[in-house]
Ligand binder design. Sequence first.
Ligand SMILES: [Zn+2]
Length: 135
Amino acid sequence: MIMGQLSRFWRESEHRYRLMGTRCENCGRVYFPPREVCPTCHRESIGKMKDLELSGEGVIESFTIVHEAPPRFSRQKPYVLALIKTEEGPMITGQIVDCDPSEVEIGKRVHAVFRRMGEDGDTGVIVYGYKFALD
Ligand SMILES: [Zn+2]
């Protein structure tokens, strides 16, 4: 994806479409999902945890091709589940979409994409979540 498209995408997105983490101002470590207290600095991090929006850019550290899928995902199988090391540091597990599983390799660059995950039957609320696509 071209950078300009990506930043426009982020700007127009609402909070729920963003990857919000936290950064410890004491040691500089970044956490996703957000944390209230830095697990390294403990007490020294109190009041120093700042919101940080992850770029969604990262590299595949490892992956597995999942052949068994629950019924609600049956149209998608097999799918690729990968461990992604983000630019900012945190590791995120996510599904790699829009590619053939054979294209996925360790070390390949990916970026976050937001997809409709499903709908809550009772409330009609549409649930979105992040996935990743190859750059
Ligand atoms: Zn810290």
